[in-house]
Design a protein around this ligand. Sequence first.
Ligand SMILES: [Fe+2]
Length: 200
Amino acid sequence: MSLLLNRSVFGNTANAGNVLSKEDAYQLLNDWVKNERLQLHMRQVAYLMKCWAAEKEGLNEADQWRWEMAGLLHDADWDQWPGLHCKKIIEELEARNIDAEIIRAIVSHGPNHFGVEPETKMDKMLYAFDELSGLTHAYSLMRPEGYSGMELKGIKKRFKEKGFAANVNREEIMDAMNRIDVELETIMQFIIERQGEAEL
Ligand SMILES: [Fe+2]
């Protein structure tokens, strides 16, 4: 089943700055994603994107929400329309005249699947966080303390164990790392510190 989009232009640059309200974005998430695990994953990635935009990129609140929104909706169509993954959500956001950069970040979160390369820092960070967030969450579930007291060396060990959370694609994580000027350990540490908060 190919998810290649065979498109290179997404959204309309005239829509720059157009976002969904938080209420509408969460409504879309709740309407489209019934799988609680997937919803949690999307909320976690959204939170990581928002925190990274604020803390590491020094972006203002409007831009933080653009990053957060991309994270929040990146897998919105996976639950109900896996064969239309990415296509469905970007068409929805295009129909709602959403900022082209948000749509593009969503479209490029799996270059090997959708055939669109991450270009902006927002694109690249979403790609980088996606799988690594899943690995870290899987690790938290096997720890009685969850995220509390989690150490970098623990997550690095799990990353090397191919059998642990085997569905987490390590090659995609390394591919994402090769595209950004940030160390893998820095992102791991950031996820350890921030991801647990997303569940609060
Ligand atoms: Fe994802």
